[in-house]
Design a protein around this ligand. Structure first.
Ligand code: X8Z
Ligand code: ZN
Length: 605
């Protein structure tokens, strides 16, 4: 009898020892977070050096640091399985979940394959950064994307635009094979983590089942698509008035090089072409800044000043010492704007190649939104030092920039007079050409990638699938014939840099929700499009309450703190543009709307 009791007792002790407790899970997570913080900082620092000084060496170092981070994260995710089935407090469970989702580039367990994945990723990133267009092959006249951006915005010569477009898109072709390799390797990594593919891993980051997320995107697109189609119809007509046959296609699509942006992404740069006749002349912020001799640092200071007006702190001194604000003359860098938090604490920085233009003025506000988010959540446990979801991170600065109204510009001395209410339509049109025009593009990029990761689109159809989606959603067509010898997705930063993109679509919707909430908090009454919450400490407090939550709660809770709602909703965006929609419908009366999809979307005519 005694031996039986003893045996039972020993068995119970053994079972208890084998079955980890909540305290074990907590201790495991604390240690994991400390390690991941170190490895992430190392990877960030190497990434910073690589993107601000592209050479074979910096690419290698950056790849190695990524490799160490990926290897350790993967190991920790594997070890964390010992806690499967254990009932954890919600915050701790969330840390485990976030750890599992933390790698945008999952890589295989096998060391050689993992090394190849990070090397290929770094080399694609470097290729984009070093990418140039050298007109007529003259290597003394090469221009990078920062300058091409300005040329695409300013030129009104359709032949030159087509040339710039085709010239830049040449950077894609040499990336194709490496990209296919990256897809294969990262998919293997995703499967080893328990996801169907890398796209499925990315889509798992939204606190809802994959199906619900897809349905949500569809719901949001349905809400805004009618507005996009009216805008498309109107702008197309204006382009045809300006460019004649260059802009006119029988199928109703717009040639992608005429919209003032390399990717036909945001159209505000060609506002002059679309402006209603005899309308109030809206001021071009870029030109005003240039007239006032504002330099890159000055542009950033406007953004910082706005955040300070809401009650946020000044940027740390190291921000000004360590940021890259203009393009260095003597080396290749990645000019695509980004905001960094190099030590996950106070070492925040911007990496930009500022040209004093309206685009870069808004971009700086966008980027500072990232830096202020990073500073707000920097004391949380490491895995919570992130946006409520990635769309939140992308929406903050933009929700601030919506407050750049004529009234605000007058307050800061950038315009002399406030336009009359009749100027609302021209102003709304200018904003819609940026904000609304970008919506379908922001769906296309990841719809393409999800099909690629999911295996529905094979490497030999990469370009065809790309144009099929651009045609279907954006209603744009390539200016020159394309084929599978091209790899046009490679000419957009987020593809070679492996940065998920649907976040920007979400951010377009969220930012109007946040903006409206901050307008309400500031006590503003009136049409949404005229609200600026500049200098409102109440709006700032509302924003800060959400920012400092970081990723500690599922995003609907962060949304509730800010807006009182727990859903993404295009309602505020539609409210903002409501007067414009009515006006566009009036303008488009009698016009045929929409476009027909073609057999071969890679043909230019
Ligand atoms: O990439 C960016 C930011 C950095 S997070 C400059 N954006 C997207 C793009 O440029 O394609 C902001 C809007 C969309
Ligand atoms: Zn951003």
């Amino acid at each position: 009898m005694r031996t039986v009791v003893l045996a039972l007792l020993l068995a119970a002790v053994a079972a208890a020892a084998a079955k980890p407790s909540v305290a074990d899970a907590r201790a495991f997570m604390d240690k994991a977070e400390a390690e991941l913080l170190d490895l992430t900082n190392e990877a960030q620092r190497s990434g910073w050096i690589e993107e601000t000084y592209i050479t074979q060496d910096t690419e290698t170092e950056s790849a190695k640091a990524q490799e160490r981070l990926i290897a350790r994260t993967t190991e920790l995710v594997d070890q964390a399985r010992q806690f499967d089935g254990l009932k954890l407090p919600p915050e701790l469970a969330r840390e485990f979940l976030l750890m599992r989702l933390s790698l945008p580039l999952p890589a295989p367990h096998e060391a050689a394959l993992r090394a190849r994945a990070t090397a290929v990723a770094a080399s694609l990133d470097g290729s984009y950064g070093a990418g140039k267009y050298c007109p007529n092959g003259d290597t003394s006249k090469c221009i990078g994307i920062d300058e091409l951006d300005v040329r695409m915005a300013k030129s009104r010569d359709p032949r030159e635009l087509a040339e710039l477009w085709a010239g830049w898109h040449k950077i894609g072709a040499p990336m194709r094979e490496r990209y296919a390799d990256l897809v294969k390797l990262s998919n293997q990594g995703a499967r080893e983590l328990g996801f169907a593919d890398t796209g499925a891993l990315w889509r798992a980051g939204y606190d809802m089942p994959a199906d619900a997320f897809s349905a949500d995107l569809e719901r949001l697109w349905m809400q805004v698509e009618p507005l996009y189609r009216e805008l498309h119809t109107y702008v197309r007509r204006k382009l045809i008035e300006k460019y004649g046959a260059h802009a006119k296609r029988a199928d109703g699509m717009i040639p992608a090089h005429l919209l003032g942006n390399m990717w036909a992404q945001e159209w505000g740069n060609i506002y002059d072409i679309a402006a209603p006749a005899e309308s109030y002349k809206t001021a071009d912020i870029g030109e005003t800044l240039q007239e006032k001799h504002v330099d890159a640092k000055g542009v950033v200071t406007y953004g910082e000043h706005f955040f300070q007006s809401l009650g946020f702190e000044a940027l740390p001194a190291t921000f000004w010492e360590r940021s890259q604000l203009t393009k260095p003359r003597d080396r290749d860098v990645v000019c695509h704007a980004s905001a960094w938090d190099v030590d996950n604490d106070k070492d925040v920085r911007l990496k930009v190649c500022i040209h004093v233009t309206t685009d870069d003025f808004t971009t700086v506000h966008h980027e500072l939104g990232h830096n202020y988010y990073q500073m707000a959540y920097r004391t949380l446990p490491f895995l919570f030092r992130n946006g409520a979801n990635d769309g939140f991170h992308e929406a903050i600065g933009d929700s601030i920039a919506l407050s750049i109204t004529p009234e605000y510009l007058k307050k800061v001395g950038l315009v002399d007079t406030i336009p009359p209410p009749e100027a609302d339509i021209p102003l709304l049109l200018r904003t819609a050409m940026d904000k609304v025009a970008a919506l379908p593009w922001m769906l296309v990029v990841d719809k393409w990638r999800w099909e690629v990761f999911g295996g529905e689109v094979k490497p030999e159809h990469y370009n065809d699938a790309w144009w099929r989606l651009r045609e279907k959603y954006q209603g744009v067509a390539p200016p020159v014939d394309r084929s599978e010898a091209d790899f046009d997705p490679g000419a957009k930063y987020h593809i070679p840099s492996n940065t998920p993109y649907v976040r920007y679509f979400l951010a377009r919707i969220y930012q109007f929700q946040f903006y409206k909430a901050m307008c309400d908090a500031s006590g503003y009454k009136g049409p949404l499009n005229r609200c600026s919450f500049y200098e409102s400490k109440e709006a700032g407090a509302k924003l800060n309450a959400m920012l400092k939550m970081g990723a500690s709660k599922p995003w609907p809770e962060a949304m509730r703190v800010m807006t009182g709602e727990d859903k993404a909703d295009a309602g505020p965006m539609l409210e903002y543009f409501a007067p414009l929609l009515t006006w566009l419908k009036e303008q488009n009366k009698g016009q045929s709307e929409g476009w027909t999809v073609s057999e071969n979307p890679q043909k230019s005519q």
